[in-house]
Design a protein around this ligand. Structure first.
Ligand SMILES: [Zn+2]
Length: 211
């Protein structure tokens, strides 16, 4: 069994969404200061790094992250390479060979290289789903979609693509690093923190290869 950790490390120097606060780590207690234990305090938005979006992110009455179905967050997933695509439109998705009946689809794009090339820098020039790409996935019954940047939706399609997917109950996995993931079938395990009513939550996400 081979495990690929597709989560990105949380640190004060990591890229965060434009206009949102940087990660801040402070210490409540610290061995280096003579305390009996180290206790760190972590401040960040729930949409930092590798995380899951819940419907309440875009719908007032939508379920929170604690209401997401665990059977969707764990199970077979297809890693699809879209390395030359400038955007994930419906037309582009049609040509990627996404298996019929795929339940969980993770897109590896040129974004994955950004995690190592410019880890602390946010860019709006990332590859994401357009609104018709989002509709394409909903029409095919995809239950979970992951993209290798801080949003599954392209910068110019942020709100419509999020609303189409979250409104259809699709779980969104954002901020994954697929730079080590070959195309193909894996088992995904992705468990967001159980924040009561949270509009999203950080998650440790892994892909398991083999049995
Ligand atoms: Zn998010």
């Amino acid at each position: 069994m081979l495990i690929h950790d597709i989560s990105i490390p949380i640190s004060e120097s990591m890229a965060v969404w434009r206009g949102q606060p940087a990660v801040a780590v402070t210490y409540v207690r610290r061995l280096a200061d003579g305390d009996h234990a180290t206790v760190s305090h972590l401040a960040m938005t729930v949409h930092t790094g590798t995380h899951v979006d819940a419907p309440s992110h875009h719908y007032v009455d939508g379920p929170g992250v604690d209401g997401l179905d665990l059977t969707t967050l764990v199970g077979p997933a297809d890693v699809i390479h879209a390395m030359s695509a400038p955007a994930l439109t419906g037309d582009v998705l049609s040509g990627l060979g996404i298996p019929n009946g795929a339940e969980r689809v993770l897109f590896r794009t040129r974004n994955s290289a950004l995690w190592s090339r410019s880890p602390g820098e946010f860019t709006t020039n990332y590859v994401g789903l357009t609104d018709d790409g989002a509709r394409w996935l909903v029409d095919r019954g995809v239950e979970l979609v992951g993209v290798d940047y801080l949003s599954v939706a392209a910068w110019d399609h942020l709100v419509p693509a999020h609303r189409i997917l979250l409104g259809a109950g699709v779980i969104l996995l954002e901020g994954i690093d697929l730079s080590g993931a070959a195309p193909g079938a894996y088992q995904l395990v992705c468990l967001p923190l159980k924040m009561a009513g949270g509009d999203g939550a950080p998650a440790r996400a892994i892909l398991i290869e083999g049995d």
